[in-house]
Structure formats: structure tokens, C-alpha cells
Design a protein around this ligand. Structure first.
Ligand code: 7RM
Length: 635
């Protein structure tokens, strides 16, 4: 049976076994049979665990856009590659076929070349979720330029830090963006960022919102007229397997953002392989991932993975709440979406709204539901399963990271039985290990530990741009010869993994290791609770005690708050045990979140410790204004 397409649980176990017994042979077969190469590799894997140097498919030559575009022209030229759903539901959706996408990428690539961009140059892309974002990403890849996409919700400071770190020579942006009923002046933000970015030579500007903007003579150019004049003939740049494909920044708990470097061949093979299997993608499917291409999820599972498989991938420009909270489901009905991939934070927000927003629409096209980004709490899982999947569509709880390039632990739908809050089993080629605090691997089941990966996989980030030592220190120092994920996990009796949250979120109460996820899960089961976050704070006797921030579903909640506090602790006692009871509960109007929807426990911890004067830079948050409110409410 074909290992590129896993059919059932038995097949999964068989493929998985082979991938562990003979990883090189396994990946070689996947690579050989499913991609086009200009030249095959000399070696499959070179790995030096002491220097954390990893090279896959060395000696091979290829271009990822030949795999995402050119090779489909024979069989799928008229198939929709990108289905663009604009912010305003009254505007028509656009279907970009593989033929058209190929032409537009080639033309765009020729514009980049005409502006002096060549192989190895860094290009910063700061665009909203419009087709030009995917097109400019692919245009960079076509000519061997390294793209660095910065999410277009980031501030001027965040943007200039990233431009300077990678020494980008160009920014691609737009006059502005639509976000629900608002417009955002992206070009203004870029202008501010470029006051202190000496490496930038040119700015290409896509017209999207028709706003009046400043164009700096000799630096800024409108893209559309240049593209119109450009030739549609752009031969691929032949890339080595290990040439960098892109840099993507991820913020650590401390220090400057880390520019994770992903390389060409391994990233292509792994993002493509995992897309096919985790979403069980079939030729006629219409796949929608609601992430922004500014995150790794968008890179791997809106652009590269789907296009390498010849899929139809939806790009949605807007927000879940515009014009109302039914928008996602309206889009599912309209485009007959078959796979839907989103984040727990979105699911929780949607679940708070009236069910009528869901029930108005026909969701019967859905086959697979996905979630990523945070532990999904049990209540949100059931809401998703009951109301969106109607208990028919398996939920894939996909655990992975910017650093891993692709999904690492996830069910295979219709093969792996799912359990709420469990990411279940490692994908083929992935060898997880749970480690104790002394650096020893914990064998057996029913155990908790720090999650590491023991053996290289093709799409792992190769380094941090400009700072390999930091890469070694961050990922390969805590546990000898292993990649340390920074997450904690529990392995149950059957070998299923449950991610319990970042290890820096693990709180030791009276000597018990408590992950934040299971406690938050329990709290969220209380009918009055919409969302919660737990942090630790110092306690004379217990060492640490638990501090809970709780958002109620109804802000006008009439019940006496002290009763509610008791009830919440009762639920925790029932679900986990009295050890996990909260010492303090703060009812709050919001939780500080990153732009990708992750709760910033670091900030909550400071506030709980009474150190709200030491919060550091909070400007890249989704909702910095919430922080002040949380401080005011603090107990
Ligand atoms: C893809 C992405 C990575 C961190 C990771 C985890 C958390 C992601 C899950 C999850 C529990 C999941 N990349 N995380 N997916 N936790 N279950 N299914 O999110 O670099 O932005 O974040 O996100 O802590 O280390 S990321």
C-alpha cells in the first residue's frame, strides 16, 4: 500500500513502524514517488547531533513552485488553485485556476527580478489575506529569494525589527486592508517602520482599498502596472535541497523574535505529506484553513502543502464576526467546504454566540475538522464536534510548531479513533519522547513529561537566522541529542499524547506538577464560564498556588460571585482533584492574547505576582488594551 496515502489504522501502524525502523528509506520513497526533481539527492540524511546540523536530500535540486504549479498544468490547469473569499460578503469570490496562478506568479517573479531581487535576497511580505500574498510568496520561491512574511496585524516596531534582523532589501505591502467594517492603513505602518531600516531599497505596493497614500519617489512602486507589463515566462531558479526557502519569526518567552529558517526540499516533502494525510485530501475537495499566511499554519497548510497536492485552497480575507458570527458557516455552505481547519480561540469565540448563526447554514459538505495552536478544551471540542461536525466529521487536533514546519502529532481521520483534548499519535517519521527533569527518558505509558523529538524529520527548522548558537541553546541543550519542544505532554495507557501546555506554564503546587490545560478545561465546563487561564503565584506553604482568570459568558452574570468561585472549585475538584483548586479567582473582561490567539500567560503571571509594572513590550498583542483592565481588576 502507498505510504503517501494512509488508508486505515492498520496501515498507519505499518507505515509508522517502517518510518521508525528505516527512516531514510521511508522518506526517500515518499520523496521519489511524489515530487519532481531537477536532480536526485546523493544522501538522504546528514545529521550531526552535537552541532545540531541537519541536512535532508543533500545534492538534490528542485524548485518548490515547479511542484506547486508547473507540474499540475498537464492535469489540473483549469482546476481552482486558490479560492479567494473577500472581506465583504457582497463582493464576489474569485477562483484562480492553476494556469492563472502559474502566470501570475511568473509575472510577479519577473517584477521582483526587474527590481534587482536575486537568489538568496530576503524579501519582507506585509500583506493582508489577498491573493497577492500567496502570489508574492510563490514568486520569491520561484526565483530563490527568501521570503519573510510578517503578519499584517503587527506594529511598525515589530515590522522594522524583523526587517532589520533579516536585512531584507524589499517590502511588499498594500495601500491598506479590510478587516470587518474597518480599514487598516498598512502603507502608513510600513512608512513608519522604514524610517530605520537601512537595507530596504524598494517597496512594492498592491492596491486593495483605494486609499490615498504617500509614495516615496524612487523607492515605492505600485505593483499592478508592473505586473501587467511583465513577461509571463519565468523559468525556475534551480535550488539546492538545503537552500533556505523562508524565514518566519516566532517570539520566544524572552529576547528578540527568532527567525526560524526553513529549507527547500525537506519542508516541501513534509508539508505536502502531512497535508495529504491529516486532511485526507481528495481531488474534488475544497479545503479551508482560516489561519493567516503570516503564521506557519498559513505557510504550510494554505500555500505549500495544499498546492503541492494540487488542491483547492480557500483564502478568506476577513474576520469570523463580519458581518455577523455566521460568516464562517456561510462560507462553508457557499463553497461546499470539505475540510475546515481553525484554532481553539476561534472555536471558543464562535461557541459563545447564539447557535442560530450555525443552524442557518447547510454544513453537510464537511468531512474533516481541524484544530491547531493551543490545547483545545473539552467543552470547545464537544461544541465543534456536535454543532459543526454533527458527530460525523472526525476532529484532527494537530500539534506542531513554527519550528517543526509541519504537523507532528495528530489523528489520521477515519483511521485514528479520536479522544477530546488528545492530539493522539505521532505522524509517520516522528519519534516523540517524554523526558523527566533530570534529562532521562520516561518509558512506558500513563506518564507526564517534557516533550522531545528523538530523530530528525524533513521539515524541522535548520537554524535561527544569523544565530545558530541560539538555535542550539534553545532547542538542543536541555536534553542531549534531542529536539526539545518546550511543551509538556501526557502519554495515556494506549500511547496517545495529550499536550498539556508550554512547560513554562507547568505549575508545581505542593510538589505536584500541574499543567494549565487540564485545569482550564475543567473550569470551562462550568456553564457560566466562557474562557479561563491559570497561572501560578508564590505561596508560603504550597510553594506555588493557582490563580485563575475567568471570563464569564454573560457579563451581567447575576449570581453572587463568591458562590460562583465555590462552584468553579467544585468542578475542578470533581474533574482533577482538590490539589488543583484555585486560591484566587479573578473574573475578568478579557485575556491578553497574541495575534495568533494564544493566551499570554507570561503577562497574567506578572499581574498575579503583583508585578504589573514590569510587563515589557505588549505592543504586539492582539488586545493590549485588555491588559490595563486586567490590572485594574486584579485582586
Ligand atoms: C502551529 C503553531 C506552537 C505552540 C506549541 C504548543 C501550542 C500548537 C497545539 C498546541 C496543544 C495543539 N505554531 N500548540 N498546537 N498545544 N494542542 N494541537 O501553533 O509556533 O505558533 O505555536 O502552540 O504550545 O509549542 S506556533
Amino acid at each position: 500500500m502507498n505510504p503517501y496515502h494512509i488508508q486505515n489504522l492498520e496501515h498507519y501502524f505499518q507505515v509508522y513502524r517502517h518510518s521508525v525502523d528505516a527512516p531514510e528509506e521511508f522518506w526517500q520513497q515518499i520523496a521519489r514517488e511524489n515530487f519532481v526533481w531537477q536532480k536526485p539527492w546523493d544522501t538522504i540524511l546528514n545529521w550531526n547531533p552535537d552541532t545540531a546540523e541537519v541536512r535532508w536530500f543533500e545534492g538534490a535540486q528542485l524548485n518548490i513552485t515547479e511542484n506547486c504549479l508547473d507540474r499540475h498544468l498537464e492535469t489540473r490547469a483549469d482546476k481552482t488553485a486558490i479560492l479567494f473569499e473577500p472581506n465583504n460578503p457582497k463582493d464576489p469570490a474569485t477562483h484562480i485556476t492553476y494556469r492563472e496562478l502559474h502566470t501570475r506568479v511568473c509575472k510577479f517573479a519577473n517584477v521582483l527580478k526587474a527590481k534587482g531581487i536575486k537568489k538568496g535576497d530576503r524579501v519582507c511580505i506585509y500583506l493582508p489575506m489577498i491573493p497577492e500574498l500567496a502570489i508574492s510568496v510563490l514568486a520569491c520561491a520561484r526565483i530563490g529569494a527568501i521570503h519573510s512574511v510578517v503578519f499584517a496585524g503587527f506594529s511598525a516596531t515589530a515590522l522594522s525589527t524583523r526587517i532589520n534582523d533579516a536585512k531584507c532589501s524589499m517590502v511588499i505591502t498594500s495601500d491598506g486592508s479590510f478587516r470587518g467594517s474597518k480599514t487598516i492603513d498598512l502603507k502608513g505602518i510600513v512608512d513608519e517602520a522604514l524610517q530605520d531600516t537601512p537595507s530596504i531599497e524598494n517597496v512594492l505596493v498592491v492596491k486593495r482599498i483605494q486609499s490615498e497614500i504617500q509614495m516615496k519617489e524612487g523607492r515605492d512602486y505600485w505593483v499592478q502596472p508592473l505586473v501587467e507589463q511583465a513577461s509571463a515566462d519565468c523559468p525556475i531558479e534551480v535550488m539546492d535541497a538545503e537552500d533556505p526557502l523562508f524565514i518566519l519569526y516566532t517570539s520566544g518567552s524572552t529576547g528578540t523574535p527568532k527567525g526560524m529558517v526553513h529549507t527547500t526540499a525537506g519542508y516541501m516533502v513534509y508539508s505536502s505529506y502531512t497535508f495529504k494525510n491529516v486532511f485526507q485530501y481528495k481531488e474534488e475537495d475544497v479545503y479551508w484553513c482560516t489561519a493567516d499566511i503570516g503564521w506557519i499554519t498559513g505557510h504550510s497548510y494554505i500555500v505549500y502543502g495544499p498546492l503541492a497536492n494540487g488542491a483547492t485552497t480557500v483564502m478568506y480575507e476577513g474576520v469570523p464576526s463580519y458581518p455577523d458570527w455566521g460568516r464562517f458557516w456561510e462560507i462553508v455552505q457557499k463553497h461546499k467546504i470539505t475540510q475546515f481547519y481553525t484554532a481553539p480561540t476561534a472555536i471558543r469565540a464562535l461557541a459563545k454566540e447564539n447557535l442560530e448563526f450555525v443552524e442557518t447554514y447547510d454544513l453537510s459538505s464537511l468531512k474533516v475538522l481541524g484544530t491547531v495552536g493551543e490545547p483545545i478544551n473539552e467543552e470547545a471540542w464537544h461544541w465543534y464536534n456536535d454543532n459543526i461536525g454533527k458527530k460525523r466529521s472526525p476532529i484532527v487536533d494537530t500539534w506542531w510548531q513554527t519550528e517543526t514546519g509541519g504537523i507532528m502529532i495528530s489523528p489520521i481521520p477515519f483511521a485514528t479513533p479520536t479522544i477530546p483534548t488528545f492530539a493522539t499519535l505521532p505522524l509517520p517519521g516522528i519519534q516523540p519522547a517524554l523526558m523527566d527533569e533530570h534529562g532521562k527518558e520516561i518509558e512506558g505509558n500513563q506518564v507526564d513529561g517534557r516533550l522531545c523529538i528523538k530523530f530528525p524529520w524533513p521539515s524541522m527548522a535548520r537554524t535561527i537566522w544569523g544565530n545558530h548558537q541560539r538555535y542550539i541553546d534553545t532547542y538542543f541543550s536541555a536534553f542531549a541529542k534531542k529536539y526539545f519542544t518546550g511543551d509538556g505532554a501526557f502519554r495515556d495507557a494506549t500511547g496517545y499524547y495529550r499536550i498539556t501546555g508550554r512547560v513554562d506554564d507547568v505549575i508545581i503546587v505542593s510538589g505536584h506538577n500541574l499543567g494549565t490545560a487540564p485545569i482550564e478545561d475543567a473550569i470551562n465546563e462550568h456553564p457560566a464560564v466562557a474562557e479561563s487561564a491559570i497561572v501560578g503565584f508564590p505561596h508560603d506553604i504550597k510553594g506555588n498556588a493557582l490563580y485563575g482568570y475567568v471570563i464569564l459568558k454573560e457579563t451581567g452574570e447575576t449570581r453572587n460571585h463568591d458562590n460562583l468561585r465555590k462552584e468553579i472549585n467544585q468542578v475542578i475538584t470533581e474533574k482533577i482533584g482538590p490539589i488543583a483548586k484555585l486560591d484566587k479567582i479573578q473574573f475578568t473582561i478579557g485575556l491578553p492574547k497574541t495575534r495568533s490567539g494564544k493566551i499570554m500567560r507570561r503577562i497574567l503571571r506578572k499581574i498575579a505576582h503583583g508585578e504589573s509594572d514590569q510587563l515589557g513590550d505588549i505592543s504586539t498583542l492582539l488586545n493590549p488594551e485588555v491588559v490595563e483592565a486586567v490590572i485594574q481588576e486584579a485582586l
